[in-house]
Design a protein. Structure first.
Length: 54
């Protein structure tokens, strides 16, 4: 899975279901890229990447 696929899927999900309060991202490149996190930030979603509280 590449970054563009992840961003497209994320944009579709946000349009369909609305924005989540927080998004817990995996460590894959597609989830930590500036393009992917930028979409979440623009939607006002907080991003967690530290794995604390698992």
């Amino acid at each position: 899975m590449d970054v563009s696929f992840g961003v497209s899927a994320l944009e579709d999900a946000l349009a369909r279901f609305g924005k989540p309060e927080i998004f817990t991202a995996g460590q894959g490149l597609q989830f930590t890229s500036a393009e992917f996190t930028g979409v979440l930030s623009a939607a006002g979603t907080r991003i967690s990447m530290d794995g604390k509280g698992r």
